[in-house]
Design a binder for this molecule. Sequence first.
Ligand code: FAD
Ligand code: NAI
Length: 331
Amino acid sequence: MTASAPIAIIGAGIAGLSAAQSLQSAGYAVQLFDKSRGSGGRMSSKRSDAGSLDLGAQYFTARDRRFVEAVQRWQARGWVSEWTPSLYNYKHGELSPSPDEQIRWVGSPRMSSITRGMLGDLPVHFSCRITEVIRGEEHWSLQDSEGTNYGPFCQVIIATPAPQASTLLAAAPKLASAAASVAMEPTWAVALAFENALDSNVQGCFVQDDALDWVARNRSKPGRENVMDTWVLHASSAWSKQHLDTPKEQVIEQLHGAFAEMIGCSVPPPSFSLAHRWLYARPAGAHSIGVLVDSDLGIYACGDWCLSGRVEGAWLSGQEAARRLLENLQQ
Ligand code: FAD
Ligand code: NAI
């Protein structure tokens, strides 16, 4: 099989971009599609009155040698920096320091710097929600929610969360049902900004509580220029599921309350707040799928849900998709 047309990649998160970079380096033309206005997916950052906020991925670790090397390249380009927060743990109502030796990375000056750097000059259609992936006699075409068609493409990579991938995989029913079997759980994220810095040494905190799961002080991350003292709170999966349709104001109020209880200092009403619901934040369990492949058809699905449910897993799954696709084209 040869590449008679470009390769379509649906999803410009880190998995889709990881695949795109590999395929471009191997000399193949790719075209990316994303329903959002920019790249990054769950690694994107939101510009707000309180500065740029990482509402999704907070930091990442690199354990696989290939990913460690990629992170070193990103560091050399200034896209990532090491984050060394004063870490705490909150359990059974007790807040205690919890330092460790783990190396943690963040995008610099914001999480989205990584995927923006990876995107470079790759061709991409933003604000383009793909609704159908159609197999013709020889090629693939895509249709978006406005009814516009794109194509022809020789191969297609779907790099979206599993529930979204399963609907796009209708042409490959086995892959569609494999993706449909991966459940993903929601996370409510809330940002709170205070004019005067809170009297606390906490910069990151793992929380084992009903409501909260994680708390981070945004300006403790390198390169952040937040004027206000801005905190990002993540609710636990269980709480987020129970409050899936709770109005944002109530989510902010309840998580503000839980934060005030755990942080152990006086917490005034915030001068700025926002809430964001990630519907497909993380896979419910660990998987070792790597990538879903139908090499006869030339369709692939990748993403964090195929591996560890973390940034590293998403990047590795994108690499695996590109590797399997190249093998297929070079046969
Ligand atoms: P995504 O980033 O979800 O990218 C998929 C892309 O596909 C999105 O841009 C989306 O807009 C697009 N898309 C979906 N459907 C369509 C469609 N029909 N048409 C066109 N485009 C479409 N990981 C860590 O390692 N450390 C952390 O601290 C951490 N914290 C997290 C906290 C939260 C709240 C969340 C939500 C995630 C966190 N993660 C963390 C997980 C990490 O963010 C993800 O594992 C990783 O970013 C997933 O990348 P991906 O490319 O697989 O998917
Ligand atoms: P990591 O090694 O820092 O953390 C893994 C887990 O180990 C943590 O969740 C925490 O429970 C525990 N832990 C680590 N260091 C600790 C310390 N010093 N004190 C107390 N507990 C500690 O990072 P890794 O493995 O890269 O995991 C990424 C993080 O991203 C995890 O915290 C995970 O929960 C989070 N995540 C959140 C998502 C969400 O939707 N909220 C989605 C995907 C990942």
